[in-house]
Design a protein around this ligand. Structure first.
Ligand code: NDP
Length: 336
């Protein structure tokens, strides 16, 4: 049983933009429209909002559009002022089929996917709209122009990328500056104790660039690996047990680096115990300590998980330079 702590939410600017995003945010991947029922989704979104979370992350591909339908219905019913939260969608993987133009970053799919997401989420505009992956078959200028046009039309407020290389982001920003387009201001990369290099090294020059780069990071707990739950196999009803997630189970538990990571998890848990906290809280708080992280997107299949992870906010002061050094020594040798 996790004690619910009264935490105070922090807000950070999204890169060099004027947008304020809660340091913890909440995403719908695997859970909404798939792993959990709609009443649990509603409880989760309300728990998040009540804790001061102002950013809800979604994508066309999550449960093939159902995650956005579920989130949209909850938002509609909530009565929350539209100005009090941010909602995103992401385009690339598609939600219908994989016929030509139903996936990718062509002008046609970027625009059609935006219209479809607005319909499912029942909102007039997306606060953030991401290119979910790079698309080498489409010129970056075509995608950038489509994003710019959506912003000019008021359908999107800010655009960004997810898992683009630093070179691709820099090129998009350069093209936008040259054409006087709205430039991408945010990237959504994976970041956790076991996945560090891109955020810490590859993107480093972009944080200082004139456009800047906010980061809304995903899988802070490595899909649950950093909770210790996969230490004795795959528990029933966990993400890696969910139907259709076999690919992720193999990726996480059969990767050549898996045994080393699994060996480090109890050592990280011991550090958490010394600090009087839990491993999930430590994992989330560690991400938050990086000043280049605008927001850590939390995922949860149960309300207790979300309330536990929200407690990470109370841990920041305890992560002193010497604790951070200890965590570096444990995680760096096994991290990508
Ligand atoms: P995490 O790595 O934190 O994994 C979340 C999952 O871990 C939960 O659904 C739950 O799974 C388990 N978990 C979380 N907290 C606890 C806890 N305290 N105790 C035990 N188990 C726990 O984050 P996600 O991978 O969900 O990523 C967060 C969000 O980031 C997504 O919802 C999505 O919005 C975004 N994302 C973006 C991607 C991109 O390509 N841009 C890719 C992936 C995610 P369970 O109970 O089922 O085991």
């Amino acid at each position: 049983m996790v004690v619910v702590m009264s935490t105070t939410m922090l807000y950070r600017p999204l890169g060099k933009s004027g947008l304020q995003v809660s340091a913890l945010s909440f995403g719908a991947w695997v859970t909404f429209g798939k792993q959990i029922g709609d009443p649990v989704a509603q409880q989760l979104l309300h728990t998040a909002y009540d804790a001061g979370i102002n950013f809800f992350d979604n994508a066309e591909v999550y449960a093939d559009g159902k995650a956005e339908l579920v989130m949209g219905a909850i938002l509609k019913k909530s009565g929350w002022r539209r100005s009090s939260y941010l909602v995103s969608s992401k385009v690339f993987f598609g939600y219908e089929d994989e016929k030509p133009n139903q996936t990718g970053l062509s002008r046609k799919h970027v625009v059609e996917a935006c219209h479809a997401a607005l319909g499912r989420l029942q909102v007039d505009y997306l606060d953030l709209y991401y290119c979910h992956r790079p698309d080498p078959t489409v010129p970056i200028l075509e995608t950038a122009r489509a994003m710019h046009d959506l912003i000019v039309q008021g359908k999107v407020l800010y655009w960004g990328t997810s898992e683009w290389s630093a070179a691709q982001i820099a090129e998009a920003q350069r093209l936008c500056t040259a054409h006087n387009f709205h430039a991408p201001i945010v990237e959504q990369p994976q970041y956790n104790l076991f996945h560090r290099s891109r955020v810490e090294k590859e993107y480093a020059p972009l944080y200082q660039s004139p456009t800047g780069l906010g980061t809304t990071i995903w899988s802070p707990l490595a899909s649950g690996l950093l909770t210790g739950k996969y230490h004795h196999g795959v528990p029933k009803n966990s993400r890696l047990d969910a139907p259709g997630m076999e690919w992720l189970r193999d990726l996480i538990l059969k990767d050549p680096s898996a045994p080393k990571k699994l060996a480090v998890v109890p050592q990280l848990a011991a550090v958490a115990a010394e600090l009087g906290t839990t491993l999930p809280r430590l994992g989330v708080a560690w991400c938050l300590k990086n000043p280049h992280i605008s927001t850590v997107i939390l995922g949860a299949s149960r309300v207790e998980q979300l309330t536990e992870n929200l407690g990470a906010l109370d841990l920041l002061e305890k992560l002193t330079p010497s604790v951070m050094k200890q965590l570096d020594a444990l995680s760096k040798p096994v991290a990508a």
